[in-house]
Design a protein around this ligand. Structure first.
Ligand SMILES: [Zn+2]
Length: 139
């Protein structure tokens, strides 16, 4: 589950923690379930499904401080992934240069090396097919 607050996404734990802090400071809302009564800039809205698709992977904005942070293979920590992917999002992950973060995305979304190799094979074959068509069109 995720929350939106001040134009950022937060995981369930961080969204709830922000709500608790705001309420402790007297900045809560009358009815947290009546999302029309408040702005996400003032109080976290949610929770939304983590499967909510986005055009690129979204991480909890608490970043390394997120209690659900994920440790990359280079030792850095990033906030939990809090979104699904649209087809553009899948393309974004596939096109991302190899890095600790892109490896995390590929593992999280189960976009494996095999599908990347298949995509590269199609990209390699496609220009050859066009070239062959151009060459044989002249004969
Ligand atoms: Zn978090």
């Amino acid at each position: 589950m995720s929350y939106i607050y001040q134009a950022d996404l937060y995981c369930d734990d961080c969204g709830e923690a922000i709500r608790d802090l705001l309420e402790a400071d007297g900045n809560g809302v009358e009815d947290r379930d009546d999302e029309c009564s408040y702005d996400s800039g003032d109080y976290p809205k949610g929770p939304f499904s983590d499967d909510e698709p986005a055009d690129s992977p979204c991480h909890c904005a608490s970043d390394a401080k997120c209690p659900n942070a994920v440790t990359l293979d280079d030792g850095r920590a990033v906030g939990a992934i809090v979104s699904g992917l649209t087809s553009d999002g899948r393309d974004y992950v596939l096109a991302a240069e190899d890095s600790p973060c892109s490896r995390l995305w590929r593992a999280h979304y189960d976009i494996g090396q095999a599908s990347l190799d298949f995509g590269q094979a199609i990209l390699a074959i496609f220009p050859i097919a066009i070239l062959a068509k151009i060459l044989f069109a002249n004969f």
